[in-house]
Design a protein around this ligand. Structure first.
Ligand code: SF4
Length: 372
């Protein structure tokens, strides 16, 4: 019998951007004042319809570029979100870019209890920014960080993108040095993947060679660890105590709300996807599809997500949640023997030097189903 936890997290999607980046396959649209106003009205309705009043430990406003909204629009959004019941230790994050984050917006964030800022920087090299069709200059970055610090924000994330066809290892080193200079609490890294229907894919740009991607990944891991960042998830690094609680909710395979265009929820054993059509969303047709997860699906998610973390799967919690031992479902003995998995103190994890091939390891676990 599956044991169920209460929902403790909510994601809110703000799909508006001032500019569309060349690699983007997220659910986004160009900023338009009229649409923003209608969107916020519908968002409020969706929340009223779905939210059951649980006390939340994390709220994450992502995008898109939430900071692309004006101060007035952001205030409307924060007022809507005050209907979410918050725990005292709430982690409340908003994403944005440096170009559109002003002192006024930072003050507003403070007023409404935001305590974590997440910025898409991606690179500081002009050549690579041009390739990504992004614009930011060091002065903007440093001014925003300085203002944020003055206002007391002590939990800041920066996104870094690597494996760009225009990028050299030296460029990556320069980006890493710059982010280290900014001295933020959390760094999320993304290897560029050229997704279908993006501007890059239309131009037939190809992903870089896998060996170089691996080299760049190792460079990031080594450099950040050397500078006291804790590598707690395949692509995420933090200073001590600053892991993203919101993302840990996903990686711990816990349920969460997802509100807004194209958002996904995980509620009552169902993965629910919202529509990506702005017209449908504005007509109040929020939902696209709903997948009910069998116990087997849930177990597979539990493995896939938990093994992304350095601590891996807590085998005792697994037993409590599913009423069975993991090794009674999958035979992963040969992976343990060959060093692809380690079992220690009731945790099962992939050693860090094998994270780059974690997908293959996870597939081998699932293929080793005892009854399969
Ligand atoms: S800012 Fe983010 S969401 Fe907007 S276009 Fe660029 S990558 Fe896409």
């Amino acid at each position: 019998m599956l044991k169920k936890d209460k929902v403790r997290s909510a994601y809110i999607h703000i799909p508006f951007c001032n500019n569309i980046c060349s690699y983007c396959d997220f659910c986004k649209l160009l900023y338009n004042k009229k649409i923003v106003s209608n969107y916020l009205e519908e968002l409020a309705k969706e929340i009223s319809l779905i939210y059951q009043g649980e006390e939340l430990k994390t709220i994450y406003i992502g995008g898109g570029t939430p900071s692309a909204l004006s101060v007035e629009e952001l205030e409307t959004l924060f007022k809507i979100l005050t209907r979410l019941n918050r725990s005292k230790e709430l982690e409340y994050t908003i994403e944005g870019n440096f170009e559109s984050t002003t002192k006024e917006k930072l003050l507003l964030y403070k007023k409404y209890g935001i305590n974590r800022l997440s910025f898409g920087l991606e690179s500081i090299s002009n050549k690579n920014l041009q390739f990504l069709e992004r614009t930011v200059i060091k002065q903007q970055v440093e001014e925003v960080i300085k203002k944020a610090r003055e206002l007391g924000f002590n939990n800041i994330n920066i996104d870094l993108m690597y494996a760009l066809p225009t990028e050299t290892e030296n460029d990556l080193n320069i980006d890493l040095d710059y982010i280290l200079f900014l001295n933020v609490e959390h760094i999320s890294t993304y290897s560029l993947i050229i997704e279908p229907h993006t501007k890059l894919s239309i131009k037939s740009v190809k992903n870089i060679d896998e060996d170089l991607d691996f080299k760049m990944y190792n460079l990031i891991c080594e450099k950040l660890k050397l500078n006291n960042y804790f590598h707690y998830e395949i692509s995420n690094f933090s200073k001590n105590g600053f892991q993203s609680k919101h993302n840990l909710c996903y990686w711990n395979n816990q349920e969460y709300y997802g509100f807004g265009l194209g958002a996904s929820s995980y509620l009552n054993n169902c993965r629910i996807n919202n529509t990506k059509s702005i017209n449908k969303y504005l007509e109040g047709n929020f939902f696209l599809n709903k997948d009910f997860l069998s116990e087997e699906d849930k177990i597979e998610y539990e493995i896939m997500l938990n093994l992304r973390k350095n601590e891996g799967i807590n085998l005792e919690k697994f037993r409590e949640k599913f009423g069975r031992e993991l090794n009674s479902i999958y035979n992963y003995y040969s992976l343990l023997k060959d060093g692809f998995l380690i079992e220690k103190d009731n945790y099962l994890f992939i050693p860090e030097e094998k994270w780059y091939i974690s997908n293959e390891i996870i597939i081998r676990i699932i293929e080793g189903e005892v009854d399969g």
